[in-house]
Ligand binder design. Structure first.
Ligand code: ME8
Length: 496
């Protein structure tokens, strides 16, 4: 059974911006890391959140029906998702789809249970006893009689689930990543005590939603509706097609919904809690959160048109992080500067320098015995993998790769392979070329989850077939005898 990672489903009342692209790129990168490192296949899911008052108002102001607005905007998000993930999206869910309605209605109906009228409460622990010669069910807790009833729940008894969620957040499973969110969420849980959650809305006010079963005057609360999307994509309420529970990637603005409400809903339905909830910071422009109403947004499609998908991914993963104490400021200039300094002049240029060497196709001819000295260049790899990838610290990873690139650059310049060739110092030249190839192979393997397109171009070019991020593949010693190395004609990252 395949497991999955989700992004939030995006509201369709605005155009996609860099923040949405970041959630997608981050979730995609984590999916790729899991697939490259592990044996288990992980899939990426995303989609759009289409019900509620906000969407209705947006459609009115654009003189469209809600359905027309949703179809149009969802299309934009779907296109963005496919582009920034290089078509890695397994499922794109829309909350207006019939499969989702089925899932929400089933979930809502699942509140049926043993109800005690005297206590005005549902009980899960019940037993059968004989009262007045009649076999009846009673609550184990109070001994009072209970009946199986199924009724719409307009108020969700959130407090009942808070202690269990409190323990889960604090548990050794440490579901929140980064862990700094743990204490904040625990505080929020404490402040919520004894507050029920209203889970339906008056239909006269919010008609654009899923109707409460048996009550034509109410629609289901849009956040409950939206969160259930994760179950819908897993196949619920029918046969499980993706393994439950998933990992969720979210922005910090919606942590309360995902770290408290969602687990409570799941517990109420007897379902397992998320594997992990990965929370990222916000992108700001001139210090303010990007938002369409303020007009301070960067359109990801424009960045992609100008610099390509990998440039956008690289920038966001290098500059972005999961810390909660600060947001990240972005400007069009900073994207362009990073493209030029890191991708074009560094990775791209060094690749050209090496692979445009006239005699490159003769190499790497030999696998020289590897010395301890050679291995030293790569001693960071292990640390990089364990710390950076596993903790989603991609910016730290980028810095280490850049350090490695700098070392290879210096090595290649100092060794002057073109002179070794002229002087016919073939054994030395072999060694230099082999080490350079190996550096590029390892660097490009590590770049795969971040800039998949560029990395696979390099690896194709070098004839590398085994691309898994295993410790063996990340060590020097690749056997190139069956690879067909080609010399390079065009640039990896064109001049801008
Ligand atoms: O909240 N910086 O949708 P949404 C970084 N539909 N990330 C940002 C961002 C920014 N400036 N702005 C948005 C919703 N995001 C609900 C979610 S899930 C069941 C329902 C990212 O379109 C961030 O991950 O307002 C945020 O959580 C997500 O986009 C969705 O924003």
């Amino acid at each position: 059974m395949k497991s999955f990672i989700s992004t939030p489903i995006f509201y369709v009342n605005a155009e996609p911006h860099i923040g949405h692209a970041y959630s997608l790129i981050l979730a995609d990168t984590i999916t790729r890391v899991r697939n490259l490192c592990g044996a288990e296949k992980t899939l990426l899911v995303t989609g759009t959140d289409e019900h509620g008052q906000k969407i209705m108002q947006a459609s009115l102001s654009r003189k469209m029906t809600p359905k027309e607005l949703c179809d149009q905007q969802s299309g934009h998000f779907h296109r963005l998702a496919n582009i920034v993930t290089h078509n890695n999206v397994f499922d794109f869910i829309r909350t207006t789809e019939p499969r989702h309605k089925e899932s929400v209605l089933h979930f809502w109906g699942s509140h049926k249970g043993w109800y005690c009228t005297e206590d005005e409460a549902f009980y899960t622990n019940v037993k059968e006893v004989t009262i007045d010669n009649e076999r009846v069910m009673v609550s184990e807790e109070t001994g009072r009689r209970v009946h199986m009833i199924e009724e719409p729940n307009y108020r969700f008894r959130l407090p009942k689930y808070l202690p269990a969620i409190f323990d889960w957040i604090k548990s050794s499973q440490a579901p929140l990543e980064p862990a700094v969110y743990t204490s904040e969420i625990l505080h929020t849980i404490e402040s919520l005590e004894n507050e029920d959650l209203s889970v339906s809305r008056c239909k006269s006010r919010v008609p654009w939603g899923i109707e409460v079963p048996g009550d034509p005057d109410q629609t289901i609360y849009v956040w409950l509706d939206a969160l259930i999307n994760y179950l819908t994509v897993s196949g619920y309420p029918n046969e499980e097609r993706l393994h439950w529970p998933p990992t969720h990637v979210i922005g910090k603005d919606i942590s309360k919904f995902h770290c408290i409400y969602w687990p409570a809903f799941l517990l109420s339905a007897g379902l397992s809690l998320p594997k992990k909830i990965i929370i990222h910071s916000h992108w700001t422009m001139n210090g303010r959160k990007m938002s369409k109403s303020d007009g301070n947004v960067i359109n990801p499609f424009n960045v992609i048109d100008a610099f390509g998908v990998d440039a956008l991914r690289y920038f966001l993963l290098k500059e972005g992080y999961l810390r909660r104490d600060s947001d990240i400021d972005i400007s069009a200039n900073s994207i362009s500067a990073t493209y030029k300094s890191d991708l074009m002049s560094y990775y791209g240029n060094m690749f050209s320098r090496i692979f445009k060497t006239p005699f490159v196709e003769e190499f790497p001819a030999l696998i020289e015995p590897i010395t301890e000295n050679d291995k030293e260049l790569y001693e960071e790899i292990e640390r990089w993998l364990l710390d950076a990838y596993n903790e989603c610290k991609f910016s730290q990873g980028v810095l280490i790769i850049m350090e490695m690139l700098a070392k290879v650059n210096t090595y290649f310049t100092d060794m002057k392979p073109w002179e070794l060739k002229q002087e016919k110092k073939i054994s030395h030249l072999n060694r230099v070329m082999y080490m350079t190839f190996e550096s590029f192979r390892i660097i490009s393997l590590l770049f795969q989850p971040l800039i998949p397109n560029a990395a696979s171009k390099v690896l194709d070019h070098m004839g590398i077939l085994d691309r898994k991020l295993t410790p063996e593949n990340l060590r020097i010693g690749y056997d190139y005898r069956n690879s067909n190395v080609k010399s390079l004609k065009e640039n990896l990252f064109p001049k801008k």
